[in-house]
Design a protein around this ligand. Sequence first.
Ligand code: ADP
Length: 308
Amino acid sequence: MILTITMNPSIDISYPLEAFKLDTVNRVKNVCKTAGGKGLNVTRILKQLNTEVVASGLIGGTLGEEIKKDLDRNGIAHDFLPISGETRNCIAILHDGQQTEILESGPKVSAQEAEAFLKHFEKLAAQAEIISISGSLPEGLPVDFYRQMMQVHHEKPVVLDCSGEALAEVLKGDVKPSLIKPNAEELAGLLGCSISTNVDDLKNTLSDAMFSGIEWIVVSLGSAGAFAKHHDKFYRVTIPKIAVVNPVGSGDATVAGLTAAIAEAWSAEAILKQGNVLGMLNAQEATTGQVELANYQALFDQIQVEEV
Ligand code: ADP
């Protein structure tokens, strides 16, 4: 079983408007509401890949119940820890070819709830083959909370997709994730300087002591594919040009593809190909976290992975 963790899930609401008028009433007909948050995007892709997946994290209140119902409707197993705060809404207003987002920060988690989650997580991690942790931490949890989670379960490989201080804290810890997937911007944020994406510079960057002990570092580069370090080998992943509809969540789809392939002990090359295929398939759809698997093999065959 693959365990996915979403600590601050949301009900994602999209409001498509012809035009967005400020300081007056905007009426909207085709409202779409889905369970969201990076970890739940990963979960949905894993489900479509037919893997056995269980979603966990923190949920609360009536919107928390809505998330459970949404997952039930999609046949996705879940085991969230209930908390007293209310799960958040995240609103995307699609207008004039643009996307204006209003993101609630979400509930404030108490110290007792944090403690209870670590126990809940320990129990679930024991049953998992691999764990995928994605997204930011809700208010109230300490910045080293993911590091604490890494220390809880010890044995299981963890694919971690977070950024900023939460990621920096994990990298300082003794128990390392098996894979991290920063994009170029997140990598620059981590290093505190701008980065160049040419091969030699990326090789240098990923050889930084801060990454030692991490088996896989996959830097996703949007339409330019990806660059990866696996143990002491470096790979450049070149992808074909595709017609992009909505690339939001492509990084999450990539994480799902990488996680499923690692769980099945695929070769390094196949792991990287599957990660990129899923990112591209997500970018070709309007709905985040939904992919057309009929196009999988054609894309897989066009991706080049070369050791550099
Ligand atoms: P994130 O969403 O985390 O910023 P990326 O934008 O790098 O991640 O996307 C992850 C992967 O999805 C890329 O490595 C690539 O395979 C695919 N992808 C994303 N955007 C595009 C695009 N515009 N064209 C082709 N593939 C894309």
